[in-house]
Write a protein that binds this ligand. Structure first.
Ligand code: IPD
Ligand code: CA
Ligand code: CA
Length: 266
């Protein structure tokens, strides 16, 4: 029942986002920089989602990107009403809605809806993960050198938090290729369905990861911190992959294992 409500909310909001491309009236900067944007569309999408959840579960806690935390309950809905806002403001059709459901401090449900490709990713704890109703599995790639990875950068990347730049270079040297989509939730959904073999990022928020981490786990993958420790959506490191490349990714996460810089031939 909770998952059905999450699906309904994600679809309603996702359709609204798609219709709103190119119709943004106000773009605000959240932290005074030219990064970390929010539009009236992010806020309206969040209102739509919260309205649907509240109609069914008025006593549940809400943690949503644009309004923060509301209420207190064993069950918490963790919502990103528009993941990929920078893409959205440029008309780049890579964005989604992400809704995670936490119960007793554990993520038990997750829905990511990409309205551009009409792709609905769903997972319930212990019940597997699905893409448009078909069971998903992580990839079978066995080595980092054959892996297609994805990552993202925090808005304060200019401060290079947690060696984000060096870690990126390290993976670039060791993997087959590295992509950058601009939506952490889509990155995780794509690891879950096997399009990517692995993902890492620093300084994400719970709403970026809650649904996606469950998708990866339920599709047979691994989600951990950069030391291979237990993952929590409230921490600032995420390493997600198909399980086979976990050890190689863990090694590459650490800056002392930095590949020496290739000499330029030009
Ligand atoms: C952002 C995206 C991006 C990631 C950023 C997030 P937003 O979320 O997920 O891929 O690199 O760190 O903040 O702001 O578009 O919801
Ligand atoms: Ca986000
Ligand atoms: Ca967002």
């Amino acid at each position: 029942m909770m998952l059905q409500v999450a699906v309904e909310a994600a679809k309603v909001a996702g359709k609204y986002l798609k219709q709103s491309v190119g119709k943004i009236k106000t773009i605000e900067q959240k932290d005074g920089s030219d990064r970390n944007l929010v539009t009236e569309i992010d806020k309206r999408s969040e209102e739509m989602i919260v309205e649907i959840i509240r109609k069914h579960f008025p006593s549940h806690e809400i943690l949503a990107e644009e309004r923060g935390s509301q209420g207190s309950s064993k069950t918490k809905w963790i919502i990103d009403p528009l993941d990929g806002t920078t893409n959205f403001t440029h008309g780049l059709p890579v964005f989604c809605v992400s809704i995670g459901i936490e119960h007793d401090n554990e993520i038990i449900g997750g829905v990511i809806y990409d309205p551009n490709l009409d792709e609905l990713f769903t997972a319930e704890k212990g019940k597997g993960a699905y893409l448009n109703g078909r069971k998903m599995k992580v990839s079978q790639t066995q080595t980092l050198s054959k892996s297609l990875l994805v990552t993202g950068f925090p808005y304060n990347i200019a401060e290079n938090p947690n060696h984000a730049v060096e870690r990126f270079v390290n993976f670039l040297m060791k993997a087959q290729a590295v992509r950058r989509m601009g939506s952490a939730a889509i990155d995780l959904a794509y690891v879950a369905c096997g399009r990517y073999d692995g993902f890492w990022e620093v300084a994400l928020n719970p709403w970026d990861m809650a649904a996606g981490m469950l998708l990866v786990q339920e599709a047979g993958g691994t989600v951990a911190d950069f030391h291979g420790g237990k993952f929590s959506v409230y921490q600032k490191e995420i390493l997600a992959n198909n399980g086979h490349i976990q050890n190689e990714m863990l090694t590459a996460c650490h800056i002392q294992n930095m590949t020496s810089k290739a000499e330029s031939k030009y």
